[in-house]
Design a protein around this ligand. Structure first.
Ligand code: ZN
Length: 351
């Protein structure tokens, strides 16, 4: 595994709808492994490896490029910024964090916070709502208005590091999914079916990119690759852990956006058993992935999600286990090589 590549993927900014810089990197990195590369008007990018079979079907893999981020919505006359969130941020984890403001130039900033000396006992027990949080750029107001405009994106700042047997940092949702997808895409030897790895846009604002990508591509099967919630931490009962960090790749049975095709779930499970890949089953009571978008394209597509267990999702200390990342790559690679064994049923007309 290449921690350097994962670190690069995590560091590139890609707010929903502004994934350009990330996409450019990915095209440069992955094109040598693809027979064909194309993009669509929304900005989804498709890496295609043609199937060797006589009647290859189309398998769509999807991992999202975008990260939860903000847009500048107001600049005060003193030069402080207020922001509009893109995606589900928890204000509890934003206070006193460093950010990048992508204005005329890239500017470092901080979410300012009231000093403890000035907070009331009640304020100290509560998170500041996002609408009251502000960014300080450390610049005079005139310079701020010269360099920053309403609508400029803001992303969080935190480098990926190795911690024990884990990686921790920001945007592992879903850069670790992109990493798993591109490593499997590079590594699989040959496939009867055509494998299309799609790096999607705007997942964090309601799986918008995957929906359009699947409509255009018309795949026969869709596999999303994303993180899932590992809530195996103190203070949460074991029955609510969802999945466990370090216990393998997670095969999704359902979340609130999609119910995985049960045959596909069984097929992935069989592959994992055959190959001796560590896996666990996942039911996520809240949240969704690109599978939800793919499933509803055209007249419906069988989907499943391969999940990488992640603690502290949607914070700057998202944490994944190295073994789970490796297991996810192994299972996805095996799926690409073996997908022809999975039968799909075409639309049938009853007379
Ligand atoms: Zn995600």
């Amino acid at each position: 595994m290449s921690a350097d590549l994962l670190r690069t993927l995590c560091a590139l900014p890609a707010p929903p709808g502004r994934e350009d810089e990330f996409r450019t990197f990915l095209i440069e990195h992955l094109s040598p492994y693809a027979d064909q590369v194309r993009t669509d008007p929304m900005g989804n990018v498709f890496f295609i490896r043609k199937g060797k079979g006589t009647a290859p079907r189309t398998i769509m893999l999807a991992a999202h490029m975008d990260e939860i981020a903000f847009l500048v919505r107001h600049i005060t006359k003193e030069g402080f910024l207020y922001v509009q969130p893109l995606g589900g941020f928890d204000p509890r984890v934003l206070d006193a964090q460093r950010v990048w403001v992508h204005g005329r130039q890239r500017l470092p900033g901080v979410f300012g916070t009231k000093p403890a000396h000035f907070t009331t006992p009640e304020e100290r027990t509560k998170a500041v709502p996002l609408e009251d949080m502000f960014i300080d750029l450390g610049l005079p107001a005139e310079t701020v208005t010269e360099l920053v405009r309403i609508g400029d994106p803001v992303t969080l700042d935190r480098d990926l590091i190795t911690m024990g047997n884990c990686y921790t940092g920001k945007t592992l949702d879903d850069r670790v999914g992109v990493y798993v997808m591109i490593e499997a895409f590079k590594q699989f030897e040959a496939s009867q079916d055509t494998i299309v790895a799609v790096a999607t846009v705007q997942e964090e604002v309601g799986v918008r990119g995957a929906k359009a990508a699947a409509f255009g591509l018309e795949p026969d099967i869709g596999i999303a690759v994303d993180i899932t919630i590992a809530a195996d931490i103190p203070g949460i009962e074991e029955r609510n852990w969802c999945v466990r960090l370090g216990s393998g790749t997670a095969i999704k049975i359902m979340d609130t956006y999609s119910i995985s095709d049960p045959r596909l779930v069984e097929f992935l499970r069989t592959l994992a058993e055959e190959q001796g890949i560590k896996y666990q089953m996942e039911i996520l009571p809240r949240g969704g992935t690109d599978a939800g978008g793919m499933q509803l394209a055209r007249s419906g597509i069988p989907v499943c999600t391969l999940s990488i267990p992640c603690r502290y999702a949607h914070s700057v200390v998202e944490t994944v286990h190295q073994d789970d990342v490796a297991a996810s790559i192994a299972l996805l690679r095996s799926f690409c090589e073996q997908s022809h064994r999975f039968p799909t049923t075409a639309n049938s007309v009853a007379k």
